[in-house]
Write a protein that binds this ligand. Structure first.
Ligand SMILES: *Cc1c(COP(=O)(O)O)cnc(C)c1O
Length: 233
């Protein structure tokens, strides 16, 4: 099932790239494996998947030692400051930096280990009450602070769009994040490190690609639905 799903997702990515006049290699597929067993991650790995998204520190700590060394784990869920030290050197990117406070902790833990952490700033583009992330109006100020940290590289922006029946309804949010990204890049407050836009999930990744996503996070579309249909975001 995973093989067929991956083939399907990859061909849809390719088709969306054609529509948008983009190159498929400019869109990275992150297989969101939260709640799924290592056996399923391995199946995806054998089909060429190397980037995996998890939203719980504990799952990364458990799965990572069981996967081949070139597996890349992305932290995509809300990260508590007291857990930063546990994952900082076990992830290739933290997509979910949602406060300056969290960034300060990442800076401190990265400095201790003498590494530079690649992160994305999470933006609550749709301004949903239930979601984490910076308000679009706060991003620039946050970046002015975080951009000065020497152990953090802000690689771009991330958003979790609303859950909608029709992916087209999210196009405006993807456009808005892209615009914010372009505006920030033009001001060069990021020291030129910004190059990534993490947006689009199973229900709307094709629209996200059309609007400029460089990373899409697909769970259900690869691994099937999560238990009892309960969404563990
Ligand atoms: C679960 C999750 C996804 C994947 O969602 P699907 O709808 O299963 O593709 C993507 N991004 C984040 C942040 C998630 O928590």
């Amino acid at each position: 099932m995973i093989t067929e799903n991956l083939t399907e997702v990859r061909s849809r990515i390719a088709a969306a790239c054609v529509r948008a006049g983009r190159k498929p290699e400019d869109v990275r597929l992150i297989a969101v494996s939260k709640t799924k067993p290592v056996s399923m991650l391995m199946e995806a790995y054998e089909d060429g998947a190397r980037d995996f998204g998890e939203n719980k520190v504990q799952e990364i700590l458990e799965k990572r030692p069981q996967m081949p060394e070139d597996t890349r784990f992305h932290m995509i869920g809300h990260l508590q400051t007291n857990k930063v030290g546990q994952v900082i050197d076990k992830t290739v990117m933290i997509h979910s930096v949602d406060t300056v406070h969290l960034a300060e902790r990442i800076e401190k833990e990265a400095a201790k280990r003498d590494l530079v952490a690649d992160v994305l700033l999470e933006v609550n583009v749709a301004r949903e009450e239930s979601k984490f992330g910076f308000d679009p109006d706060e991003v620039e100020a946050a970046l002015e602070t975080i951009g000065k940290f020497s152990h953090i590289r802000v690689k771009g922006l991330m958003t979790i769009a609303p859950f909608v029946e029709n992916a087209e309804e999210n196009r405006k949010f993807f456009k808005k994040l892209f615009q914010l990204y372009v505006d920030i890049k033009s001001k060069n407050i990021d020291n030129g490190t910004m190059s990534e836009l993490s947006m689009g999930m199973t229900g709307d990744y094709e629209v996200a690609i059309e609007e400029g996503a460089t990373m899409i996070r697909v769970g259900t579309g690869i691994f099937g639905s999560r238990q009892n249909g309960v969404e563990r975001v």
